[in-house]
Design a protein around this ligand. Structure first.
Ligand code: 13P
Ligand code: ZN
Length: 395
């Protein structure tokens, strides 16, 4: 019952010391120390007593919180709620007190009655939803992986400005309660119904957001979206109303297509690797067999890690449904697709695996260019050497 109280005492003591040091510093700087004692004896006594009362009240709210929390040690939801309840009560009581003492006198009555109510109810509800989500360890572990990969994309030099985008299906990581959280923004229409994704929840990077910032703060540079029950629109659930990537049509169409095929696909990763885009500027490589054969033959791992090879999508305007449809046609046979003069997309169950596939293809492209820079056409692994990998690695 009292176990948290010593901790609170220690934490608040830190706050007391910082405040005391700063007050003394200001008193010395402004020569105001003597003001404490330049009042009558009765006023001085009142001041001391009221200060002590304020201190006791301030401490006791945390004592009460700590004692209350000990009753909920096996309920993470109530533990998450406890802080919001305390803060909401603080806001409610201080506003009621402010009204009773006529601090709102002269202010338009609508502000007096509505503002505190709206602020408290909206803020605490949104805050509580976010705390619930952030307490979901499996969800947060996946969000950490998204941040990790976003960092790799930036350090690899594949993510100039806002280049690239990520979407991850998080549905299986969420409880029914979390999947049903109220929307921050609701019913944003989709150009096409995503009938295999009804009710699914995704993390999606925001349009115009930089990968280097997604790496630092994924929730400030992307959002959780939920596809509606009829698949025709989506809601933004958390944490902020960040508009999803302009490539959402491609991402969702790819998720939808793969789900409809019964594949347990969770990830779509799009990025702009310089070397791969360079290859798509060379006409002979705008052929799936040719570019796959060339990249596979640069290093054995390439065929092992990208066994289905790569598909080619001829140039289309970024963010369009035409690009999205051309892309899903390639998913019949491949897990990695090159967008001519634009970038690369990988799909899969695991974000790190998707990154690894792109990384390996980029390595092969670099080997190819490095060999070409010596002045020779690289020999590449022979057909036999490539074929020997199939039984050896069960491809
Ligand atoms: P977004 O910022 O909208 O995600 O666009 C980046 C991009 O790479 C478009 O293809
Ligand atoms: Zn792009």
């Amino acid at each position: 019952l009292f176990a948290l109280n010593p901790v609170i005492l220690l934490v608040t003591l830190g706050g007391f010391c910082t405040n005391a040091v700063y007050c003394i510093f200001q008193n010395v700087k402004n020569g105001t120390g003597k003001d404490y004692f330049s009042v009558s004896g009765g006023t001085l006594l009142n001041n001391v007593l009221f200060c002590a009362l304020a201190g006791v009240l301030w401490y006791s709210q945390f004592f009460g919180l700590g004692m209350g929390k000990s009753y909920f040690s096996d309920s993470p939801v109530m533990l998450a709620f406890s802080w919001s309840i305390l803060m909401s009560l603080n806001v409610i009581f201080s506003n009621v007190w402010g009204i009773l003492l006529k601090e709102w006198k002269g202010v338009d009555y609508r502000h007096v009655y509505l503002d505190p109510f709206l602020i408290i109810s909206e803020y605490s509800l949104i805050k509580i939803d976010m705390i619930i989500l952030r307490n979901n360890e499996r969800l947060m572990a996946e969000i950490d992986r998204i941040a990790e990969v976003a960092g790799y994309l930036w350090t690899k030099g594949w993510a100039e400005r806002n280049g690239g985008n990520i979407s991850v299906n998080l549905t299986t990581l969420l409880s029914e309660e979390e999947k049903a959280l109220p929307a921050l923004v609701s019913s944003i229409p989709l150009q096409e119904a995503m009938t295999a994704l009804c009710g699914h929840v995704f993390y999606v990077t925001g349009t115009g957001k930089r990968m280097r910032y997604v790496a630092k703060d994924p929730f400030a540079n992307g959002s959780l979206i939920r596809i509606a029950a009829d698949g025709k629109s989506y809601d933004i659930l958390a944490e902020q109303p960040i508009q999803p990537t302009s490539e959402l049509p491609s991402h969702l169409l790819m998720h939808n297509f793969l789900r409809a095929k019964g594949r347990d696909n969770r990830v779509v990763l799009h990025t702009h690797p310089t070397d791969i885009i360079g290859m798509t500027h060379c006409k002979p490589f705008l052929d799936s067999d040719k570019i796959t054969r060339t990249l596979w033959s640069m290093i054995p791992e390439c065929r092992i890690i990208v066994p289905k090879g790569v598909g080619i999508v001829p140039y289309e305007i970024p963010g369009t449904l035409a690009l999205a449809h051309a892309t899903i046609r390639q998913l019949e046979e491949h897990d990695v697709v090159f967008w001519e003069k634009h970038g690369i997309l990988a799909v899969g169950e695991d974000l790190i695996e998707c990154f690894d596939a792109i990384d390996t293809l980029s390595k092969s492209a670099q080997i190819y260019f490095s060999a070409r820079m010596t002045g020779y056409e690289p020999e590449g692994m022979t057909d036999q050497q490539l074929d020997d990998l199939v039984p050896a690695f069960g491809l």
